[in-house]
Design a protein around this ligand. Structure first.
Ligand SMILES: [Zn+2]
Ligand SMILES: [Zn+2]
Length: 244
Protein backbone atom coordinates (compact mmCIF):
# COMPACT_ATOMS: atom_id res chain seq x y z
CA UNK A 1 0.00 0.00 0.00
CA UNK A 2 1.45 3.34 -0.98
CA UNK A 3 1.69 5.97 1.74
CA UNK A 4 -0.56 9.02 1.63
CA UNK A 5 1.03 12.41 2.24
CA UNK A 6 -0.28 12.37 5.80
CA UNK A 7 1.33 8.97 6.33
CA UNK A 8 4.57 10.25 4.82
CA UNK A 9 4.51 13.11 7.34
CA UNK A 10 3.72 10.70 10.18
CA UNK A 11 6.59 8.46 9.08
CA UNK A 12 8.97 11.45 8.82
CA UNK A 13 7.93 12.49 12.30
CA UNK A 14 8.32 8.98 13.71
CA UNK A 15 11.81 8.70 12.18
CA UNK A 16 12.88 12.10 13.55
CA UNK A 17 13.11 14.03 10.29
CA UNK A 18 11.04 16.86 11.84
CA UNK A 19 8.38 17.57 9.20
CA UNK A 20 6.55 20.04 11.44
CA UNK A 21 2.78 19.74 11.71
CA UNK A 22 1.21 16.59 10.27
CA UNK A 23 -1.45 18.30 8.17
CA UNK A 24 -1.45 16.54 4.78
CA UNK A 25 -0.03 19.69 3.21
CA UNK A 26 3.20 19.52 1.20
CA UNK A 27 4.81 22.72 2.53
CA UNK A 28 8.44 23.75 2.96
CA UNK A 29 8.84 22.01 6.32
CA UNK A 30 7.65 18.71 4.88
CA UNK A 31 9.92 19.13 1.85
CA UNK A 32 12.90 19.93 4.07
CA UNK A 33 12.16 16.80 6.13
CA UNK A 34 11.91 14.72 2.95
CA UNK A 35 15.31 16.09 1.88
CA UNK A 36 16.82 15.15 5.26
CA UNK A 37 15.44 11.64 4.89
CA UNK A 38 16.68 11.38 1.30
CA UNK A 39 20.15 12.50 2.36
CA UNK A 40 20.08 9.82 5.04
CA UNK A 41 19.12 7.20 2.45
CA UNK A 42 21.78 8.43 0.04
CA UNK A 43 19.29 9.11 -2.75
CA UNK A 44 18.64 12.31 -4.68
CA UNK A 45 17.54 14.98 -2.20
CA UNK A 46 14.85 16.76 -4.20
CA UNK A 47 12.32 17.11 -1.37
CA UNK A 48 9.69 15.15 -3.30
CA UNK A 49 8.32 12.02 -1.66
CA UNK A 50 8.29 9.81 -4.74
CA UNK A 51 8.02 6.00 -4.80
CA UNK A 52 11.70 5.39 -3.97
CA UNK A 53 11.63 7.75 -1.01
CA UNK A 54 8.41 6.17 0.23
CA UNK A 55 9.98 2.71 -0.06
CA UNK A 56 12.97 3.76 2.03
CA UNK A 57 10.77 5.49 4.58
CA UNK A 58 8.50 2.48 4.80
CA UNK A 59 11.53 0.21 5.30
CA UNK A 60 12.74 2.43 8.12
CA UNK A 61 9.31 2.36 9.79
CA UNK A 62 9.17 -1.42 9.36
CA UNK A 63 12.59 -1.74 11.03
CA UNK A 64 11.37 0.28 14.01
CA UNK A 65 8.15 -1.74 14.22
CA UNK A 66 9.98 -5.06 14.05
CA UNK A 67 12.36 -4.00 16.81
CA UNK A 68 9.47 -2.69 18.94
CA UNK A 69 7.88 -6.14 18.75
CA UNK A 70 11.20 -7.80 19.50
CA UNK A 71 11.37 -5.68 22.66
CA UNK A 72 7.84 -6.71 23.66
CA UNK A 73 5.93 -3.64 22.45
CA UNK A 74 3.29 -4.90 20.13
CA UNK A 75 2.35 -3.07 16.93
CA UNK A 76 1.82 -4.04 13.29
CA UNK A 77 4.96 -4.58 11.18
CA UNK A 78 3.61 -3.14 7.95
CA UNK A 79 5.91 -0.18 7.28
CA UNK A 80 3.06 2.25 7.84
CA UNK A 81 2.93 4.65 10.78
CA UNK A 82 -0.25 4.62 12.84
CA UNK A 83 -1.72 4.89 16.32
CA UNK A 84 -0.55 1.44 17.44
CA UNK A 85 3.05 2.14 16.41
CA UNK A 86 2.85 5.56 18.03
CA UNK A 87 1.55 3.98 21.27
CA UNK A 88 4.28 1.32 21.20
CA UNK A 89 7.05 3.94 20.80
CA UNK A 90 5.58 6.00 23.63
CA UNK A 91 5.35 2.95 25.89
CA UNK A 92 9.03 2.17 25.23
CA UNK A 93 9.96 5.79 25.90
CA UNK A 94 8.03 5.83 29.17
CA UNK A 95 9.73 2.61 30.29
CA UNK A 96 13.15 4.10 29.60
CA UNK A 97 12.36 7.42 31.29
CA UNK A 98 12.45 9.31 27.99
CA UNK A 99 10.11 12.05 26.83
CA UNK A 100 7.12 10.15 25.39
CA UNK A 101 6.80 12.09 22.15
CA UNK A 102 6.50 9.13 19.78
CA UNK A 103 9.59 10.25 17.86
CA UNK A 104 12.50 7.87 17.42
CA UNK A 105 15.30 10.35 18.11
CA UNK A 106 18.78 9.38 19.21
CA UNK A 107 17.93 8.35 22.79
CA UNK A 108 14.87 6.38 21.78
CA UNK A 109 16.80 4.70 19.00
CA UNK A 110 19.53 3.79 21.49
CA UNK A 111 16.95 2.28 23.86
CA UNK A 112 15.15 0.48 21.05
CA UNK A 113 18.22 -1.01 19.39
CA UNK A 114 20.28 -1.48 22.59
CA UNK A 115 22.96 0.91 21.36
CA UNK A 116 23.79 1.97 24.89
CA UNK A 117 25.34 -1.40 25.72
CA UNK A 118 27.11 -1.88 22.41
CA UNK A 119 28.03 1.65 21.52
CA UNK A 120 28.60 4.68 23.71
CA UNK A 121 26.85 7.92 22.72
CA UNK A 122 28.73 9.59 19.90
CA UNK A 123 31.18 12.20 21.08
CA UNK A 124 30.28 15.72 20.02
CA UNK A 125 32.54 16.63 17.11
CA UNK A 126 33.34 20.36 17.00
CA UNK A 127 34.78 19.92 13.49
CA UNK A 128 31.77 18.12 12.05
CA UNK A 129 30.64 19.16 8.59
CA UNK A 130 26.97 19.28 9.57
CA UNK A 131 25.55 20.23 6.18
CA UNK A 132 26.98 20.92 2.74
CA UNK A 133 27.88 24.50 3.63
CA UNK A 134 28.12 24.59 7.42
CA UNK A 135 30.79 23.21 9.68
CA UNK A 136 30.20 23.07 13.44
CA UNK A 137 33.32 25.27 13.87
CA UNK A 138 31.49 28.24 12.37
CA UNK A 139 29.14 28.28 15.35
CA UNK A 140 31.64 28.06 18.19
CA UNK A 141 31.65 30.63 20.99
CA UNK A 142 33.46 33.81 20.03
CA UNK A 143 35.27 34.08 23.37
CA UNK A 144 38.02 32.18 21.60
CA UNK A 145 38.74 29.80 24.44
CA UNK A 146 38.90 32.56 27.06
CA UNK A 147 35.92 31.38 29.10
CA UNK A 148 34.86 28.10 27.50
CA UNK A 149 36.09 25.41 25.11
CA UNK A 150 33.97 26.83 22.28
CA UNK A 151 30.90 24.69 22.86
CA UNK A 152 29.41 25.01 26.35
CA UNK A 153 26.40 23.39 24.64
CA UNK A 154 26.24 21.71 21.24
CA UNK A 155 24.81 23.80 18.43
CA UNK A 156 21.27 22.77 17.51
CA UNK A 157 21.40 20.76 14.29
CA UNK A 158 17.89 21.65 13.13
CA UNK A 159 18.87 25.31 13.15
CA UNK A 160 21.93 24.55 11.04
CA UNK A 161 19.86 22.46 8.64
CA UNK A 162 17.37 25.30 8.26
CA UNK A 163 20.19 27.80 7.64
CA UNK A 164 21.44 25.45 4.94
CA UNK A 165 18.03 25.68 3.26
CA UNK A 166 18.16 29.48 3.48
CA UNK A 167 21.64 29.40 1.99
CA UNK A 168 20.45 27.21 -0.87
CA UNK A 169 17.37 29.35 -1.51
CA UNK A 170 19.37 32.57 -1.64
CA UNK A 171 22.39 31.09 -3.39
CA UNK A 172 24.82 33.22 -1.42
CA UNK A 173 27.36 32.30 1.27
CA UNK A 174 26.06 32.93 4.79
CA UNK A 175 28.64 34.19 7.25
CA UNK A 176 27.97 33.31 10.88
CA UNK A 177 29.05 36.12 13.17
CA UNK A 178 27.74 34.56 16.38
CA UNK A 179 26.57 31.05 17.22
CA UNK A 180 26.89 29.38 20.62
CA UNK A 181 27.78 31.72 23.49
CA UNK A 182 29.01 30.89 26.95
CA UNK A 183 27.52 32.75 29.89
CA UNK A 184 30.38 35.25 30.25
CA UNK A 185 30.74 36.03 26.55
CA UNK A 186 26.98 36.53 26.24
CA UNK A 187 27.08 39.06 29.06
CA UNK A 188 30.14 40.73 27.53
CA UNK A 189 28.51 41.27 24.14
CA UNK A 190 25.38 42.60 25.83
CA UNK A 191 23.20 39.60 25.02
CA UNK A 192 19.95 39.25 26.92
CA UNK A 193 20.29 36.86 29.91
CA UNK A 194 17.90 34.31 28.39
CA UNK A 195 19.54 34.53 24.94
CA UNK A 196 18.98 31.55 22.67
CA UNK A 197 22.67 31.83 21.78
CA UNK A 198 23.40 30.32 25.20
CA UNK A 199 21.26 27.32 24.27
CA UNK A 200 22.97 26.83 20.90
CA UNK A 201 19.67 27.69 19.29
CA UNK A 202 20.53 31.04 17.70
CA UNK A 203 22.92 32.25 15.03
CA UNK A 204 23.62 35.73 13.71
CA UNK A 205 24.17 35.98 9.98
CA UNK A 206 25.90 38.95 8.39
CA UNK A 207 24.10 40.54 5.45
CA UNK A 208 26.32 41.91 2.70
CA UNK A 209 24.36 44.18 0.40
CA UNK A 210 27.08 43.57 -2.22
CA UNK A 211 25.48 40.14 -2.62
CA UNK A 212 22.30 41.84 -3.74
CA UNK A 213 20.38 40.92 -0.59
CA UNK A 214 18.80 42.96 2.15
CA UNK A 215 18.30 42.20 5.82
CA UNK A 216 14.60 41.64 5.05
CA UNK A 217 15.27 39.23 2.19
CA UNK A 218 17.60 37.10 4.32
CA UNK A 219 15.26 37.19 7.33
CA UNK A 220 12.19 36.36 5.21
CA UNK A 221 14.00 33.33 3.77
CA UNK A 222 14.58 32.01 7.30
CA UNK A 223 11.02 32.63 8.39
CA UNK A 224 9.84 30.46 5.54
CA UNK A 225 11.50 27.57 7.40
CA UNK A 226 9.97 28.46 10.74
CA UNK A 227 12.98 30.31 12.15
CA UNK A 228 12.32 33.28 14.42
CA UNK A 229 14.24 36.39 13.39
CA UNK A 230 15.40 39.73 14.74
CA UNK A 231 16.38 42.18 12.03
CA UNK A 232 19.32 44.49 12.73
CA UNK A 233 19.17 47.02 9.91
CA UNK A 234 21.80 49.35 11.33
CA UNK A 235 24.44 46.66 11.85
CA UNK A 236 23.32 44.65 8.82
CA UNK A 237 22.76 41.24 10.31
CA UNK A 238 19.92 38.88 11.08
CA UNK A 239 19.53 36.96 14.31
CA UNK A 240 17.92 33.56 13.61
CA UNK A 241 16.64 31.28 16.29
CA UNK A 242 14.95 27.92 16.46
CA UNK A 243 12.61 27.64 19.43
CA UNK A 244 11.14 24.18 18.98
ZN1 LIG B 1 32.88 31.15 25.42
ZN1 LIG C 1 21.71 36.76 17.86
Amino acid sequence: MEMTLTQVQEALKLCNYAPGTVDGYDGPETQAAVRRAQEGYGIEADGIAGPMTKDHLSEQVRGIQAQLNAKGYSCPVDGLPGPLTDAAVKALQADFGLVADGIVGYNTEAALFDYAAADPAPVFDPQEQVTEHFNMQEFKCECGGKYCDGFPVPMNRTLIEKLEQVRKDLGIPLVVTSGVRCEILNAEVGGVPDSYHKLGRAADIAVYTANGYTVDAVADAGERYGLKTIRYYDRSFVHFQWNN
